[in-house]
Write a protein that binds this ligand. Structure first.
Ligand code: 5AD
Ligand code: SF4
Length: 446
């Protein structure tokens, strides 16, 4: 069966925001080829899973989902696996899952319509070559979110953190041209969106041959209608003075940074090949705080990496306390085949029991610190952007510039609006708020 006028596609996304952005590009490409998006897999002619390979758990979820889809998919539809797990496993996925007919890595989406058409004609294919030139410039992304937009500015990664699969699944680092990013920012504003998040694996190492990340922040921040500018994820080593200055000076740049720490122990950081010490990380935090007062800080931390001693783990806890993060994503180390960490001495392995115990303690310390900070914020006012209906009751979910989630009363007519709220309650991590001022004050004439 080949494509007809009513062909439909369903895309499910796993992993990071870069994958969400890639799914938007894939959907745009397939829409241009005549496919309409649908909300559930059972009615779709084409089902795509855009996958993540960062931890074994992420891959197991996809394997489980593929099993479910095998039973749920309608006769005649095709299943494709895209993204990092597709890149990592390649043809192996075709033998593992007989109902998968297309495996396509992060640099292969240009061929999507053609490969999907082949799949629908019964031909199975694998496309996992890297393409250093590919930024999908001519694609028109179909954005899932109406309030904020992801804009990829860099693909791949040139760091070699010893735990990380990403350099192998997304290839070497390359940046889009500044002009292309600015053009997309203008389009986003035309679509009615005023908050932009620039994406890259180590986004602040952005360099397009002539402009660096500081210049990029200034250029996108100067696009009329861009009211909030964020970026994720930066590497601590790439916060040059120029970048930190731009953050302080460009009005649109929000007072929040997600700054992956991974560990608070210098010897651990060395084994992870993070290329900074505990002291250098803390110094980076100090520089950001000095230049951007009140900046919100979130982070990623791994426990149970090979060789982690009790003393090293305690250093992570003390660094968490010293920084006072607003939130942290915490992970148990998951060995990824082919990464340097898997070649470390077997006796360095941290047992799952110890790792689980450390993770629980770390979460406790993160929560306690965030709670203490958040309690102190009660009574303060924040400008928030209303993002979406909250899962709970009649409330809306809104976000402050410093990345606090605030639940407020109101109906869907407020989606996409900026409001001033007073923070009235906190669960310890999220807030409830009351609206102090709806919309912007009108400019005074004369
Ligand atoms: N095991 C556990 N966590 C990992 N991360 C990356 N690789 C691994 C791994 N092998 C975490 C890091 C990174 C985040 C996106 O995922 O903390 O910043
Ligand atoms: Fe997962 Fe990393 Fe790939 Fe994003 S880049 S999907 S986090 S493996």
């Amino acid at each position: 069966m080949t494509q007809d006028a009513r062909s439909t596609v369903y895309i499910e996304t796993y992993g990071c925001q870069m994958n969400v952005s890639d799914s938007e590009l894939m959907l745009g490409k397939l829409a241009a080829a005549g496919y309409s998006p649908v909300e559930t897999p059972d009615e779709a002619d084409v089902i795509l899973l855009n996958t993540c390979a960062i931890r074994d758990h992420a891959e197991q979820r996809v394997i489980g989902r593929l099993g479910e889809l095998k039973r749920a998919m309608k006769a005649g539809s095709v299943v494709g696996v895209a993204g990092c797990m597709a890149q990592r496993l390649g043809p192996e996925l075709l033998t593992k899952a007989r109902h998968v007919s297309l495996v396509i890595g992060p640099d292969g989406y240009r061929a999507l319509p053609e490969l999907v058409a082949k799949a629908r004609d019964g031909e199975r294919s694998v496309q996992t070559s890297f393409d250093m030139e590919e930024h999908y410039e001519d694609f028109a992304p179909r954005r899932f979110d109406k309030v904020k937009a992801w804009i990829p500015v860099q693909r791949g990664c040139d760091y070699r953190c010893t735990y990380c699969i990403v350099p192998y699944t997304r290839g070497a680092e390359r940046s889009r041209k500044l002009d292309d990013v600015v053009r997309e920012a203008r389009q986003v504003v035309e679509e009615g969106i005023s908050e932009i998040t620039l994406l890259g694996q180590t986004v602040n190492s952005y360099h397009d041959g002539s402009a660096d990340f500081a210049e990029l922040l200034r250029a996108v921040g100067a696009v009329p209608g861009v009211r909030r500018l964020r970026f994720t994820s930066p590497h601590p080593n790439d916060f040059s003075d120029a970048v930190v200055d731009a953050m302080g000076e460009v009005e649109a740049v929000c007072e929040h940074v997600h700054l992956p720490m991974q560990s608070g122990s210098t010897s651990m950081l060395k084994r992870m090949l993070r290329r900074y010490s505990r002291e250098e990380y803390l110094a980076c935090v100090d520089r950001l705080r000095a230049r951007v007062p009140g900046i919100g800080l979130t982070t990623d931390i791994i426990v149970g990496f090979p060789g982690e001693t009790d003393a090293e783990f305690e250093e992570t806890l003390s660094a968490v306390r010293a920084v006072g993060f607003d939130d942290a994503y915490t992970f148990k180390f998951s060995p990824r085949e082919g990464t340097p960490a898997t070649r470390m001495p077997a006796e360095w392995t941290v047992s799952d029991e110890v790792a689980a115990e450390r993770l629980a303690r770390l979460i406790e310390v993160v929560r306690a610190g965030a709670r203490e900070k958040n309690l102190r914020l009660l009574g303060e006012r924040r400008e928030v952007l209303v993002e979406k209906p909250a899962r709970r009751g009649e409330l809306l979910q809104a976000r402050s510039r410093d990345y606090k989630t605030v639940l407020i009363p109101g109906d869907e007519s407020l989606l996409g609006q900026y409001l001033t709220v007073e923070l009235t309650g906190t669960t310890g991590s999220t807030f409830t708020g009351t609206v102090v001022r709806a919309r912007d004050p009108l400019p005074v004439a004369g």
